[in-house]
Design a protein around this ligand. Structure first.
Ligand code: ZN
Length: 403
């Protein structure tokens, strides 16, 4: 039997199928052919993955990849195949008015598969805080979704304080209405500024009302933020309405970025059973970019350090985000017939330090997942060195944190 590619001898870890064992994988025509590879099988290419972790292609549910359309965004492949990630979801960089140029100048040119959660604001994050809520043409919004169903998989709303005091439209109701009409999930950004002209009681009431409007499949991103407008307090206790929302099937997404997580809060939340279902990165472009903020495998490593089991952490960057994007039949798993999208990682063991960015907490960990190769539609692509060679070893991180 002959295949296009054989991936030999790796520790295959596929949470969707409860697989964690050394085995070979055969790929043909850009799809997974079989995991029961005959010993005498031949292939055009053979990849020796001995000693490596081989997973379904990693998926970043919260990225910003609209490239030059939004000043903070990066190139899809920079967050994608060059970082060990085979699919990225842009979480609200653009609104319905800019989807066309986003498709034309970024999505179609990327090797990475790109999905989009359209911002409720017609201008997306071209202007921050978002604006233009009062000029939304809902029919045009829905028509844009309809003709771009292949990439548009959700709606994004930032639950910022301006929605309480500065906007005349009920943006929450509008976002919910558009999401329901389109049959797409609503992703809500949590976390407001620290000095907004609204009281904490007003903010809590606003978020609790919002939580009451969320349904199965909707997503709370930056779930472990310690900013005003979060849903979990520092001691791990939930805001009123959170538990009911989770019971209805609302998901928590981590998306720590550089300023959207507090490790103390996250640890307390995990102890109370509030685990992230997905772990986007919130990748953006910043001058002092450090890879451990902006790679889903690094985010998973942080949650492993916080006490999450490896299987759950890997599910949160493979099969779970695939399901959230409505792609569960196609990716996020190594079942035969799925896209031959895989990530080959080093499973590093040692003494590592992780920091949470703005909140200023540093925690030790002894596992670091480091992407080395991306396999996209059966084609092997090396991960760029700033990611593949970056390991947050304790001594190196101590020196870095002293600065
Ligand atoms: Zn974001």
């Amino acid at each position: 039997m002959s295949f296009d590619l054989l991936i030999r001898g790796g520790r295959v870890f596929d949470p969707s199928q409860n697989i964690d064992q050394v085995m070979d994988i055969a790929v043909t025509d850009g799809k997974i052919a079989t995991l029961n590879v005959p010993p005498a099988a031949e292939a055009v290419d053979i990849l020796d993955a001995t000693g490596k972790l081989v997973c379904p292609g990693l998926i970043d549910i919260h990225s910003h990849v609209s490239r030059d359309l939004v000043s903070l965004a990066v190139d899809p492949d920079e967050a994608g195949v060059l970082a060990g990630v085979t699919a990225v979801n842009d979480a609200g960089s653009v609104g319905y008015l800019h989807l066309h140029p986003f498709r034309k100048y970024a999505i179609t040119q990327a090797r990475t598969d790109v999905f989009v959660f359209l911002n409720v604001s017609p201008f997306g994050e071209v202007v921050l805080p978002e604006t233009g809520f009062d000029i939304i043409d809902e029919a045009a919004f829905l028509a844009t979704i309809e003709s771009n169903r292949d990439v548009v998989r959700g709606i994004k709303l930032r639950a910022i304080a301006e929605l309480i005091y500065a906007v005349k439209v009920d943006v929450v109701e509008m976002a919910v209405r558009i999401a329901r009409k389109a049959g797409l999930p609503l992703m809500v950004h949590l976390g407001m500024g620290f000095n907004e002209p609204v009281s904490s009681d007003e903010i809590d009431a606003f978020i609790t009302r919002l939580l009451g409007r969320l349904e199965k499949g909707d997503i709370l991103t930056h779930a472990f933020t310690d900013k005003p407008g979060g849903v979990i307090r520092l001691d791990g206790t939930p805001l009123s309405g959170l538990e009911a929302a989770l019971a209805r099937g609302v998901y928590l997404d981590a998306a720590p970025g550089r300023g959207h997580i507090n490790f103390n809060l996250a640890r307390a939340a995990l102890q109370r059973g509030f685990a992230p279902y997905s772990m986007g990165t919130d990748v953006v472009q910043l001058p002092d970019e450090q890879p451990h903020f902006y790679n889903v495998a690094a985010v998973a490593s942080k949650f492993i350090a916080l006490g999450m089991p490896l299987k759950e952490a890997l599910a949160a960057i493979t099969c779970n985000p695939a399901q959230m994007l409505g792609e569960q039949g196609k990716r996020g798993s190594l079942q035969p017939g799925m896209l031959a999208d895989l990530t080959v990682l080093d499973y590093c063991q040692g003494e590592f330090l992780f920091h949470d960015g703005r909140a200023g907490n540093v925690i030790p960990g002894n596992v670091f997942l480091s992407p080395q190769l991306t396999i996209k539609n059966g084609v092997v692509i090396p991960v760029r060195e700033s990611i593949s060679k970056h390991i947050p070893e304790k001594t190196m991180m101590e020196a870095l944190l002293m600065k």
